[in-house]
Write a protein of this length. Structure first.
Length: 343
């Protein structure tokens, strides 16, 4: 059985130096590799023309770049595109490209499936198959046709990013480092249901924006929607966030999927205001996108607006996120590869 080759995508310059040293190549080859991988985004060693033919052959005998094209693409009537990517360890992930006037946002996945089990999410129903490597996360950014025109990246696809902290933080380092993609951290947002220890580490080790999945301010009610509430209550997460210095450019937001008759009452508005009091943040209201067999529904649009206005009246900056890609199952909460069979 042929030994699986190691992947270069996701490696730092120091790690690339180790690779070339072990292969007996000049030190500067590591910098060349970084430029070809992250700057020029080439998928094969044959295209790395300033590396000698012998060294390209040697690299190809031990390594793969890790750049893989998407298997399929679905296009929504609103211009959103959903890409299906194979992963190196088997399985598939979905990635959503969302154009909006002068913005082009990519919603990337961090896991094959998810173990958080949130009741309003299709990915949660799938369960967790495995974590993605940093290379597999980065491949979603680098291998879509729109790669060079992206303005924003959001870690809001399949999986809980902070359930895969090592690889997610590594991918963020590549995206925001001058030797990598060189992006400003203000162009990247990570979304989390709230895992206390990894959240502390994320706040210390990265500078990208943070979005916390709130969805209900009451412990018992949030617990019925989000099992993570038992291990990491939202009050503990908010307390941790209140102890962080938000005077930087980093932005904090809370995501709130509105469910008719469940979390859309004046009592919820009052409790949200109490919970977040003193915290510089905003709330993004998300319409619930119905999933098969779910007992939940989104309130009518006038009720959504009324809820937003009630939060604004409490002094909380609140927006309603536009739904995109629902007709191709690319909208918030709809990504899933549980039934994918693209062998």
């Amino acid at each position: 059985m042929e030994q699986q080759k190691a992947i270069l995508l996701g490696k730092t310059p120091q790690e690339l130096q180790q690779v070339v040293a072990e292969l007996g190549m000049p030190r500067f080859t590591a910098n060349q590799l970084a430029v070809w991988l992250y700057g020029k985004r080439v998928a094969t060693f044959d295209d790395m023309t300033d590396i000698s033919a012998r060294n390209r052959e040697l690299l190809a005998s031990r390594y793969e770049t890790g750049l893989l094209p998407p298997r399929t693409v679905s296009e929504s009537s609103d211009g959103t595109r959903k890409y299906l990517f194979p992963t190196h360890g088997g399985g598939f992930i979905e990635t959503a490209y969302i154009p909006d006037r002068d913005r082009a946002t990519l919603c990337v996945s961090s896991q094959v499936g998810c173990r958080m089990g949130c009741l309003f999410c299709m990915t949660g129903r799938q369960g967790l198959a495995r974590n993605l490597s940093a290379g597999e996360i980065l491949n979603q950014v680098l291998s879509i046709p729109e790669s060079q025109s992206l303005t924003n990246i959001v870690y809001m696809g399949m999986g809980e990013p902070l359930d895969n902290p090592d690889q997610v933080l590594r991918s963020l380092e590549v995206i925001t480092s001058p030797w990598g993609l060189g992006w400003s951290p203000t162009r990247v947002t990570l979304s989390t249901a709230g895992l206390t220890a990894p959240l502390k580490r994320f706040l210390e080790e990265s500078c990208v924006h943070l979005a916390v999945s709130l969805h209900n301010p009451f412990h018992d009610q949030r617990l019925t929607l989000m099992p993570i509430e038992k291990a990491a209550p939202i009050v503990r997460i908010v307390s941790l966030l209140k102890g962080y210095d938000w005077k930087t450019q980093r932005r904090l937001s809370f995501e709130y999927i509105l469910l008719a008759g469940i979390n859309d009452t004046p009592a919820h508005v009052k409790e949200i205001a109490r919970l977040l009091n003193g915290l510089k943040c905003r709330i993004n209201i998300i319409r619930f996108h119905h999933i098969p067999g779910s007992p939940y529904f989104s309130p009518p649009d006038p009720e959504v607006v009324r809820f937003r206005d009630a939060l604004v009246a409490k002094g909380i900056t609140t927006t309603i996120r536009a739904s995109r890609g629902e007709d191709i199952q690319a909208a918030c909460g709809l990504l899933s590869t549980s039934s994918t069979n693209h062998g």
